[in-house]
Ligand binder design. Sequence first.
Ligand code: PEP
Ligand code: MG
Length: 756
Amino acid sequence: MFDTLRNIIQDVNDASGLTQALNIIVQRTRQVMQVDAVSVYFRDHKNNQLVLMATDGLNQEAIGKIKFKPDQGLVGLVLTQAEAVNLEDAHKHPNYRFVTETGEVSFHGFLGVPIIQHRYISGVLVVRQTRKRRFSANDETFLMTLAAQLAGAISHAEKMGEMTRWLEDVDGRSFDLKGLSGSPGIAIGEALVVFPPANLDAVPDNSISEDEIDEQLNAFSQAVANVEGEFRMLSQRMEGSLSKEELALFDVFGLMLKSDSLIQAVINRIQQGQWAQGALRETISEHVKKFNAMDDAYLRERAVDIKDLGRRILMHLQKQQTRYQPVSNPTVLVGEEVSVSQFAEVPVEHLVAIVSTKGSASSHVAILAHALGIPAVMGVDNLPVNHIKGQALVVDGYSGMVYVKPTSAMMDEFQRLIREEKSLDIRLNELIDKPSETLDGIRIPLHVNTGLLSDITPSLKSGAEGVGLYRTEIPFLIRDGFPGEDEQTEIYRQVLQSFAPRPVTFRTLDIGGDKALPYFPVVEDNPFLGWRGIRIMLDHPEIFLTQIRAILKANQYDNNLRLMLPMISDVGEVDDAIVLIKKAHGELISEGNDIPYPLIGLMIEVPSAVYQMKSLARRVDFFSVGSNDLTQYLLAVDRNNKQVASLYNSLHPSVLNSIQHVINVAHQYDKTVSVCGEMAGDPASALALIGMGVDSLSMSVGSLLRVKWVIRSFSRKQAEQLAAQVLTMEKARDIRSLFNQALNEAGLGGLVKAGN
Ligand code: PEP
Ligand code: MG
């Protein structure tokens, strides 16, 4: 039986969609277990019921019709008990309910197991026998293993949006999707789907009209001809170095390109109304599956060649296609994994929101959205990307909800919320020229986090007292190659001069992690624990020195620079970086420039740095806590991973206690501490940080006035008392509610409520 199990699982994995996976499970299980009926029920969370979704043995007409509430029938019992129910004679059980609506026969033997995904029961898998039958322990294990497999298939289907469409019967109707709040705010716009280039798996479906078919067919044959030409060239180039037999390998590609089954299959799909890229994706994936299933190891390897071929054709197709259609309406950028560079290519005046399948609030795309005051919802893993193009969307960046095809009543409601938000903004705007000081007169300068030149004006208008974090990687991310010293100097000069005499804190290049430069690829198994930030810079002094020289040169006019090093995990890194900074400075002086030596600070974002604070404080002038990374590393929670997003919390007691330690040690050495991670812009966390003695805060411009309102509504004493109280608390949830309560009591409930 367990050999068969492996085969079923293989087939379920290869299934083309949830319907096929379900059918495989019910039909094969019925054969293997020799039962009279197998059924799968899905949980319809909204209506609090289990709905029959697939069956072999029951009347097919019953699909979608048989429904159980959690307190009804044995199927409901499996749900409420969250474990297997195994009955020799179901009739004797008090919960037994005979389903008559669809003319079913009555069953005696019953075995039902829950389908569980991430602690949540998403359905029930049931086998039934007309006669009495005592199912064995082996039967139970078999069914439980299948249920776990089914959970994976459901998860996958959810990702593809199939579940949503089934349960919501979405034809023309609105439906909603849940993600994580990435950047606050509410927006209404039209979905524009983006996907990464040269990645076959990421190509979405796109139906084309009759008159576009010829154009797509031509694009495809042009791309194939280009790839043929490429292979011919490769083969000629290799002629001298490879034998005839080896060169024949290139002919295989040529043959594949001529093979009817491949090319014709793509053409057929285009003729049926799929665009060329989608038709190519489907055909390549079908062929890869066939090759992967072959017994012969040599033939199995050909799957790699087919994929390579597919990627090459795709690259040519994408070259012909302009990647973005011109947009004129308010646009919501939607994608599997919206990247910083995709973001930067859409005209900002039309971009109203971001929706991404991957990522969370501390992903760089979300941070950028926040900087531009655009709402973002991240980690929407059941996003039906393929079906969402051009649809009207409401994006609620407070609650992390996305509403697709909203009804007019919903539109009215969200438009009302947008108006309310505007009126809160008007109230907050009155604070622009007021000082950021507590009720007992303590000044807490508020700075902005930025990296975009387009941010300068809004930042200045918001009353920011300087830049607490200038992410220098952003100009690097949106270019095709490393910017040279002069180009960098010009960018940095504009920032320094625009803010002068206010201080501007430049962070040296912090690439790696989730910020890969397209022209400097770093491929690692664990990028967040890998070659990142200062580690790359010390290994590439030529890149580091160019940047330092550019920053120092840009500072010669106003001397308002503070230089900050990211990802410090060891004092040695600080010593090495300072040697290079001194070298760059010395060079500039000897070239005849009159350039001041800068203040140097460190980001505290790796736990090892927290516990080397004394040594670090002896070496530098200031500190800034990078709470995004500090939280990720202290809690061992990937900041972009939706699966563990509920564990990522900067109000976790260990994060707060670490920051308190950083502040205490820095102050012993008369060094200042700022916080520039996302928590600085969250009203409750900002209150905690003020109570813990932080000297300044740096945040996205959109949060600045909200935090100023908090600062102006409390005395430092009050904040200190709250902080002292929470530092002894054990749970982040309790800590947040204590601060939210304090904000509510001080009349700042508007900052706590979602949608405000
Ligand atoms: C941080 O880690 O908190 C930080 C501000 O840096 P980044 O988000 O750019 O990694
Ligand atoms: Mg960081």
